[in-house]
Design a protein around this ligand. Structure first.
Ligand SMILES: C[S@@+](CC[C@H](N)C(=O)[O-])C[C@H]1O[C@@H](n2cnc3c(N)ncnc32)[C@H](O)[C@@H]1O
Length: 285
């Protein structure tokens, strides 16, 4: 669990000055596009202090020196700096839009042997892709499994390997699954110790991969729908515009793009879409 609240500067265990924050902010921006203004210094310190300790160092400056040459540790630093907040059935209106506008045709396509490809881009610990699946399949377990046994895949990616490990395991504490509607929880979640495990049929339908949205995408398909929600809020305007244009390219004409409720499409990119719901867009060209 990442520290949301860090110690006050004078209580800090490790040295951490303005130049250190700037160096970390430059790294985060360069590697993953995340903006970390000076106002986030306490948060940055709180997230990196455990890594400084784990590496046996006595200051963040030493840690910056280390991650300069140690690529795996640099990856762990980036992982620690990401904000992974998510929950089951977050911004539920996107699932409703998908179910209303896109899923009926996709279901028919699957039933007649066709291919369906969906992408949860920046999926964090898996609550988003599993919610999406539960919502589209409803509480008809055998009908849902039949659809999933067709040519169906949901790609789910994130830059943070630690949250992807949780997503792949598909096991969540009881309080985390509280927002799953009762009938869907009954159908798709199985009791596992003190928590719940996502049904293996849902887990098998998802391919989880580490992917930096700013880097190369080793993806050879185009998608029927993409959810890319609550990640662009961390990016600047040019990064958002570039990413949105690439997402549009990765989508089939007629496909659905859902972005977070506080995110907007760049003007140029928006011309390729019609708005079909609150922050739901359908590709027209
Ligand atoms: C706040 S979570 C949103 C999760 C989910 N989409 C939702 O709306 O609930 C943002 C996620 O974006 C990921 N992220 C940040 N920068 C990224 C990048 N450059 N490439 C891929 N994922 C990134 C983070 O690791 C984090 O898990």
């Amino acid at each position: 669990m990442k520290a949301a609240i860090a110690s006050r500067p004078r209580e800090r265990e490790f040295g951490f000055g303005e130049a250190d924050h700037r160096a970390i902010a430059e790294l985060a921006y360069r590697e993953v596009g995340i903006l970390l203004p000076a106002s986030k210094a306490q948060m940055v310190y709180g997230r990196l202090a455990p890594r400084v300790r784990a590496c046996g160092l006595s200051s963040v400056a030493d840690y910056i020196g280390l991650i300069d040459s140690d690529a795996p540790e640099r990856g762990r630093a980036i992982d620690a700096l990401t904000t992974n907040h998510t929950f089951f059935f977050r911004e539920n209106h996107h699932f409703d839009d998908f179910n209303r506008l896109v899923w009926p045709d996709l279901k028919a396509r699957l039933a007649s042997g066709g291919r369906v490809r969906l992408w949860s881009a920046a999926c964090s610990s898996g609550e988003e892709p599993y919610s999406w699946l539960m919502s589209m399949l409803g509480s008809d377990r055998s009908g849902g499994k039949r659809l999933l046994s067709g040519d169906f895949r949901m790609l789910s990616t994130d830059v943070s390997p630690s949250v992807l490990a949780t997503a792949k395991a598909g096991i969540y504490p009881a309080n985390v699954v509280e927002t799953v509607p009762g009938p869907l929880a009954k159908t798709w979640l199985n009791k596992s110790g003190d928590g719940f495990e996502v049904d293996p049929a849902l887990r098998a339908a998802v391919v989880f991969n580490v992917l930096n949205l700013l880097g190369d995408w080793p993806i050879r398909t185009t998608f029927d729908a993409i959810f890319c929600r609550n990640v662009m809020i961390y990016f600047d305007g040019p990064t958002k515009a570039r990413l949105q244009a690439r997402l549009a390219d990765a989508l089939k004409v007629g496909g659905l793009l859902c972005i977070g409720h506080s995110e907007r499409l760049d003007g140029e990119v928006a011309r390729r879409f019609e708005i079909v719901g609150r922050t739901s867009w359908r590709k027209v060209a």
